[in-house]
Design a protein around this ligand. Structure first.
Ligand code: ZN
Ligand code: FE
Length: 257
């Protein structure tokens, strides 16, 4: 499967998926039609399928114009009135598109929004605004328990899984991670690496799940260093993983961003 990375707006990524032997292409979360149409034209592709992770406009804003250009396009998404899909997906559903050789599995990852889903192909996760490199999405609709559950599902995927998230937030996320986890050598190494990548006009996404497990404070709710940092910062005694996650999220929301 070929994957094109389409930067859009100030920090979004859309993803186009296609096979060499097939002119049909799939786009994940087209928030705008123009960069998608340009990339399809450059690569001689026809849009056959749209995959939507959640209803925010920077993920669905391009759908109506894409439908005008490609009237037969199928739009997959969770069942949610706010998403103009024509094929609705359920948690754990396996789907094989004609346009791609690999099938994908749907994973319910509610938390950022109440109907957010992720698309898992073999060792490739398209997770919208659920997990970012070194961060996670804000809780606009779901509870801390929902997001902890979503992130726990992602943690259990194979370590070699590449995380295709929807935003280039990595360097900013690392800034917060250094507050909570200042002695983490993997984190400091990733900071240098990301600075270099960005300086040279590159992208820090996709990222490797194995590395996220080492550096991302929102995936490390069972790590003694994170637990200690949260207990010390809030002067409390933490009792479970959801609380570690909750206080980590609150710390970033209230004292960093
Ligand atoms: Zn969003
Ligand atoms: Fe977004």
């Amino acid at each position: 499967m070929n994957i094109l990375q389409i930067p859009a707006f100030s920090d979004n990524y859309f993803w186009i998926l296609y096979e060499n032997n097939n002119k049909s292409a799939v786009v994940v979360d087209p928030g705008d039609h123009i960069p998608v149409i340009n990339a399809l034209q450059d690569n001689n592709l026809i849009l056959s399928d749209i995959l939507i992770t959640h209803h925010h406009n920077d993920h669905i804003g391009g759908i109506s114009e894409l439908k005008k250009c490609f009237p037969n396009v199928n739009i997959y998404g969770p069942s949610d009135d706010r998403i103009p899909a024509n094929i609705f997906l359920e948690d754990q559903q396996a789907v094989k598109l004609n346009s791609l050789n690999e099938e994908f599995k749907v994973i319910d990852v509610k938390g950022h929004t109440n109907s957010h889903i992720a698309y898992y192909f073999d060792k490739k996760l398209f997770c919208g605004d659920t997990l970012f490199s070194c961060g996670c999405g804000r809780l606009f609709e779901g509870s801390y328990t929902d997001m902890h559950k979503a992130l726990t599902k992602i943690r259990k995927l194979p370590k070699e899984t590449m995380i295709y998230c929807a935003h280039e937030y990595t360097l900013d996320n690392i800034g917060f991670a250094k507050l909570i986890d200042p002695e983490n050598v993997y984190l400091l190494k990733r900071e240098e690496e990301v600075k270099n990548i960005l300086k040279n006009g590159g992208y820090s996404i996709p990222s490797l799940l194995e590395n996220e497990l080492q550096i991302n404070p929102f995936l490390r709710f069972d790590n003694p260093d994170i637990i200690n940092a949260v207990q010390k910062h809030f002067n409390i005694k933490i009792n479970n993983e959801v609380e570690v996650f909750k206080y980590t999220r609150d710390w970033k929301d209230n004292e960093y961003d």
